[in-house]
Design a protein around this ligand. Structure first.
Ligand code: SAM
Length: 305
């Protein structure tokens, strides 16, 4: 494990600029951030981990060459992936977060007084350690008394709770994973949605980061929506805007067990006190995040099964 501060020591940093490139996911384009200092670089048991201080986006966490979060814009992602399902649920008490070792989603989930317990299932303890050290504003709630951390594979965790009793099932499950190429590959398959279906109680809602948006690979995204719909009839697509994700936005797949549940509108409103703690989410943006440009709406929501 190195804590080198030499800037050009990483294969994706050249002349002081980090560039996120992937011929598979972002062919023909790249996103660059100016690096002030490399804070950490190592290869964990599961992935390549880089943390650097950028000149304008604060500290940045990169896994296997893909940006996971930056201090400046992370709230746009954490708030939407957390509060869309939590405010669409009448009274979420038991929450499961899969991935999410940086702690950003946990910070948002524990803002809901009705939430009594949160299980966080993260495969890589190094991400948690580094987040505590370099992303303190994100990891600040990891020690909250409602939170239990499980250091293991999220897919296996779901398989193991396959026969859980109803009272052990979850009200809300949030998949805050990395992209499909590394240890999170299984999260983009039909079996994963079946396991999620089994782990949710009858009022349950899930949300998963799609690792895609309408500009990058809409055909793949549309296929992922079909996979989710083959398990959950009530499946919707919404998105959040995050400048440090390639193309500036990220899709979120939201599903409910209850076919009649309206996912597009919050059924609880943030109290004035809760709203003051939120920088991106509000009830209007909850609804607006489901509205797509016509071509994307046709491909994602109108195409035949
Ligand atoms: N906001 C991010 C994004 O969309 O790019 C996701 C952030 S969070 C850092 C992703 C986490 O998922 C990582 O810490 C990674 O170790 C974890 N992860 C990947 N595969 C996993 C698995 N199979 N089980 C549990 N956690 C996993």
């Amino acid at each position: 494990m190195s804590n080198s501060s030499s800037i050009d020591g990483h294969k994706l940093i050249n002349n002081g600029w980090f560039t996120e490139i992937s011929d598979k996911h972002f062919p023909g384009q790249g996103l660059s951030l100016k690096v002030e200092e490399v804070l950490h670089h190592s290869q964990s048991e599961f992935q390549d981990i880089l943390v650097f201080r950028s000149s304008t986006f604060g500290n940045v966490l990169v896994l296997d060459g893909i940006i996971q979060c930056s201090e400046r814009d992370e709230f746009a992602y954490q708030e939407m992936i957390s509060h869309v399902p939590l405010f669409a649920h009448r009274e979420p008490k038991r929450v499961l977060v899969i991935g999410g070792g940086d702690g950003g989603v946990i910070r948002e989930v524990v803002k809901h007084a009705c939430v009594k317990s949160v299980d966080l299932v993260e495969i890589d303890s190094t991400v948690i350690e580094l987040s505590r050290r370099y992303l303190p504003h994100m990891s600040c709630a990891l020690d909250n008394s409602k939170v239990k951390i499980h250091l293991r594979d999220g897919f296996q965790f779901l398989r193991d709770i396959g026969h859980a009793q109803d009272e052990e099932k979850y009200d809300v499950i949030i998949t805050d994973s990395s992209d499909p190429d590394g240890p999170a590959e299984a999260f983009f398959q039909k079996e994963y949605f079946q396991l999620l279906n089994n782990a949710l109680n009858e009022t349950g809602i899930l949300i998963a980061q799609a690792s895609e948006n309408v500009w990058l690979d809409i055909a793949y995204l549309s296929g992922l929506m079909k996979i989710a719909r083959s398990v959950f009839q009530n499946t919707e697509y919404c998105y959040t805007t995050v400048p440090t994700y390639t193309s500036g936005q990220l899709g979120l797949i939201v599903c409910a067990k209850n076919e009649a549940l309206d996912l597009k509108n919050p059924c609880r409103m943030p109290t004035p006190d809760e709203q003051t703690q939120l920088m991106y989410y509000n009830p209007e943006i909850h609804f607006a995040s489901f509205i797509l440009p016509t071509w994307a709406e046709n491909l994602i929501n109108q195409s035949s099964p």
